[in-house]
Design a protein around this ligand. Structure first.
Ligand SMILES: Nc1nc2c(c(=O)[nH]1)N[C@H]1C(S)=C(S)[C@@H](COP(=O)(O)O)O[C@H]1N2
Ligand SMILES: [Mo]
Length: 374
């Protein structure tokens, strides 16, 4: 993979000197991208072993600063086109009937750093994904209590975090249409994997929208406003598929079909190239797709020249990834490239070539894992 410097870049870091790893210098990454990458971490791919990601290994993405909120004084406001404005404390929310859902969340920017040219933002490679058990109350229950007006069109969710993006000072805000909300799947969650939310995951309360890329699941939720016209906030306009930053494009919404595999064998420290010994190796991974189930997963050990079918496990939750397995008989010494390719029941399939958009969203191209057989 080549990390390119952007044309006209002011200040860049060489990603590596030339040493025994064989990496060349001159592959440039902005210090600002590195700073974002270090604040926002990915799932280590070996953690795909767990159906439910341990909280400390779940990816996180935070645009601005993590706000530190006090659970004792916290309140959630529900306002706008409702019959009754509500202001609820955490204790009041927790007194209502709760519900737990296993949900796979993925950042829409995952795979961005593989794109050429590389859109400048959080430079995800692979692994901005994780699956957790979220506990809370259905969003719909709270909206029913407030009574949504017939003129309502969208529901806007505002987080307590504040920052500047595209020269616009803003709170982190996203909306969902009233139809989307009426599906009844979104949760106002105070717990992740059986414990209170960690600060980075939205303590004390966040939205979790199953099937959607992560940006919809607003963390540190402070305010829910029912509005009578489409919300045009910054984060609504930024998450779009377009061929240039100025083109409006189409909204990013549900997670596109994708699969990842656990790189087998032993990693080299710097390059993470894998070494495996000759013989049979079980290759295991997971696959997911917005609102569809996975139909099949194929695996290749020769960079996509030939494919074999993996054994696919049925879903354990309507909103979580599915496990798959395949046995690789690694007989030929030398370099190989492992890839997996998922197809969903809606007929969508992962592309072999990266899906390029100006903001680097929804790149669900097949993963490529170099492995050397000894
Ligand atoms: N308030 C707020 N909510 C947010 C974000 C944010 O920066 N601020 N990031 C979004 C994005 S882009 C993603 S991918 C998910 C990440 O959730 P996680 O950090 O719990 O994995 O949170 C979403 N919710
Ligand atoms: Mo994201």
């Amino acid at each position: 993979m080549t990390l390119l410097s952007a044309p006209g870049s002011a200040q860049c870091l060489p990603t590596a000197g030339s040493d025994s790893s064989g990496l060349e210098s001159g592959r440039l990454l902005h210090p600002e991208e590195l700073q974002l990458a270090l604040r926002n971490r990915a799932l280590p791919l070996e953690a795909l072993r767990s159906e439910r990601t341990p909280t400390g290994l779940h990816y996180t993405l935070t645009h601005y600063d993590i706000p530190f909120l006090d659970a004792a004084t916290y309140r959630l406001a529900i306002t706008g086109r409702v019959n009754r404005t509500l202001s609820l404390s955490l204790a009041e929310l927790k007194r209502r009937p709760s519900h737990t859902m296993r949900v796979t969340l993925e950042c829409a920017g995952d795979g961005r750093a593989f794109l050429q040219p590389r859109p400048i933002s959080q430079p995800w490679l692979s692994g901005a994904v994780g699956t957790a058990d979220w506990t809370g109350i259905p969003l719909q229950a709270v909206l029913d209590e407030a009574g949504v007006d017939d003129a309502a069109c969208e529901v806007v969710f505002t987080g307590h975090d504040h920052g500047i993006e595209g020269r616009v000072e803003q709170d982190y805000q996203r909306s969902l249409s009233v139809q989307e909300v009426r599906r009844g799947e979104a949760l106002l969650a105070w717990s992740m994997n059986g414990a209170s939310l960690e600060p980075q995951h939205g303590f004390p309360l966040r939205l979790v929208v199953p099937g959607w890329y992560g940006m919809a699941s607003v963390k540190w939720l402070g305010w829910i406003e029912v509005v009578d016209r489409p919300f045009e906030g910054y984060q609504q306009a930024a998450y779009r598929y377009s061929s240039s930053r100025s083109e409006r494009g189409t909204p990013v919404s549900l997670m596109r079909v994708r699969s990842l595999l656990i790189p087998p064998g032993t990693p080299e420290f710097l390059t993470r190239t894998r070494i495996v010994h000759r013989g049979n190796h079980e290759i295991m991974g997971r696959a997911w797709s917005g609102r569809s189930t996975i139909d099949s997963v194929s695996v290749s050990a020769d960079g996509g020249a030939t494919w074999a079918d993996a054994d696919l496990e049925p879903p354990t939750s309507a909103h979580a990834w599915q496990a798959w397995r395949w046995v690789w008989s690694a007989e030929t010494p030398g370099p190989h490239e492992l890839c997996s390719r998922a197809r969903d029941t809606a007929g969508q399939e992962q592309p072999v070539q990266p899906f390029w958009t100006a903001r680097g969203m929804g790149n669900n191209a097949i993963q490529r894992v170099p492995v050397v057989v000894l």
